[in-house]
Design a protein around this ligand. Structure first.
Ligand SMILES: Cc1cc2nc3c(=O)[nH]c(=O)nc-3n(C[C@H](O)[C@H](O)[C@H](O)COP(=O)(O)OP(=O)(O)OC[C@H]3O[C@@H](n4cnc5c(N)ncnc54)[C@H](O)[C@@H]3O)c2cc1C
Length: 387
């Protein structure tokens, strides 16, 4: 009787855990190696929350991946025994109807996804926590919400351990894609039938040949706030706020489920090193984000600043994910560019389906990059994946 195939996953952020989850469901014996504790406060996958929404500018491929992503999350909730998604809806605002907001509207409308256009006055009337100043265009969309990221990562890791996935705390000094092997910092080696490298913002330095300069680490700053008493009720039923542009903007994550209100910068810094740099944000870095938010949030001066921190992620120039083979038995998951979390489980299931059935592999990179629809076989595999 042949034994089950083995998989080695480098990285226990949402991508590595999702790959491990998919592979374990496909019958692989899985070992996950990470240098840090899980959840990892240095990783791209935690702090408190990450957003899931259909509004995606002109990127129709990712917009269309959101419903399969929700279906994959439903499987995660079943496995970890709880729903860690808080529906909030989406409010997109912009100074003008052109750019990211206009492209989102057109792309949503082309696929028949419903949203409601709002005037500046309607935004302020419906959501008094926001001002109407400077709003040239806005729309509201009911689907969309907050994924409780840190709790999800912890829950998924717990579930995988219970299911027999082995976790090893160790630093990989180098990767040997051709042999599906990792050389660890203590000189020992781990190898398997399949290696998945999901090293987040560390990946470009670990796999310079395959990823750099296509993917670079990027230091991103976020600020945590407590709304003043008069706006707490408003925030309790607030949508996420997206004020995005091709080259920047900011977003606000409502304070759901005991988490703080978070505002973050959508511009990519494309600087920094995830391994050596501090996660503390300087007052000047925090002020840049606050300056974006100040015109949008009513009574902003009354908000209490709880803290500011930096996070690193791995940016691909056009924000296209890199999920592809770099050797016959080695797959890389990278380039998640500030929007990957929502797609972790669906990408993990797809990668695992392609690992189990090599005929599905050619369709994986283009779909993950948001360029092509999923091949029929991949869709069918996603729907029929064993529990
Ligand atoms: C502030 C911020 C806001 C975001 N907002 C959203 C959002 O609203 N919606 C959304 O969908 N996405 C969002 N994202 C993006 C999303 O969180 C990331 O795309 C995703 O978490 C990347 O996960 P990962 O597993 O690839 O990386 P990570 O979570 O960084 O995991 C990589 C792991 O690899 C380990 N590792 C690396 N090198 C080694 C080594 N040599 N040896 C051992 N271990 C190693 C690290 O320790 C780390 O734990 C946001 C990201 C940030 C930072």
């Amino acid at each position: 009787m042949s034994s089950s195939p083995s998989a080695l996953v480098l990285g226990a952020g949402i991508m590595g855990l999702s790959a491990a989850w998919g592979l374990a469901r496909q019958g692989f014996g899985v070992r996950v190696v990470d240098q840090d504790p899980v959840p990892n406060p240095r990783g791209a996958s935690v702090d408190h929350h990450r957003l899931i929404r259909h509004a995606y500018g002109a990127q129709a491929g990712y917009m269309r991946m959101v419903d399969p992503a929700y279906a994959a999350w439903d499987q995660v909730w079943r496995d970890i025994g709880g729903v860690l998604h808080i529906p909030t809806g989406v409010l997109a605002v912009s100074g003008s109807a052109a750019g990211w907001l206009g492209e989102s509207r057109a792309t949503l409308a082309a696929d028949g996804l419903g949203f409601t256009d709002l005037s500046a006055a309607e935004v302020a009337a419906r959501f008094p926590i926001f001002t109407e100043s400077g709003i040239g265009a806005a729309f509201h969309m009911a689907p969309g919400g907050v994924l409780l990221a840190e709790r999800i990562v912890a829950g998924l890791a717990r579930h995988l351990a219970e299911r027999g996935v082995v976790f090893e705390r160790a630093r990989a000094a180098s990767v040997d894609p051709a042999r599906a092997a990792l050389r660890l910092a203590d000189g020992s080696e781990r190898a398997a039938d399949l290696l998945v490298v999901a090293a987040g913002p560390w990946a470009p330095r670990l796999l310079p040949g395959a990823l750099a300069p296509r993917v670079v680490a990027s230091r991103q700053v976020l600020v945590l706030l407590e709304p003043p008493a008069q706006h707490r009720e408003g925030w309790a039923r607030a949508p996420m706020l997206l004020d995005l542009a091709e080259d920047g903007g900011f977003y606000a994550v409502p304070p759901v489920a005991g988490t703080p209100l978070k505002i973050g910068d959508h511009r990519f810094s494309r600087t920094g090193d995830a391994e050596v740099d501090s996660r503390d944000a300087t007052p000047a870095e925090a002020e840049e984000i606050l300056a974006f938010a100040r015109p949008r949030l009513r009574d902003m001066a009354a908000y209490r600043i709880l803290g500011a921190r930096a996070c690193y992620y791995d940016v691909e120039d056009a924000e296209r994910f890199v999920v592809e083979p770099i050797a016959p038995h080695c797959l890389v998951m990278s380039g998640f560019s500030g929007h990957g979390f929502k797609f972790g489980p669906v990408l993990g299931l797809a990668l695992a389906a392609a690992a189990a059935d090599p005929a599905l592999l050619p369709g994986l990179p283009g779909w993950a990059a948001g360029d092509t629809p999923p091949a029929a076989g991949l869709l069918a595999a996603l729907e029929s994946i064993p529990a």
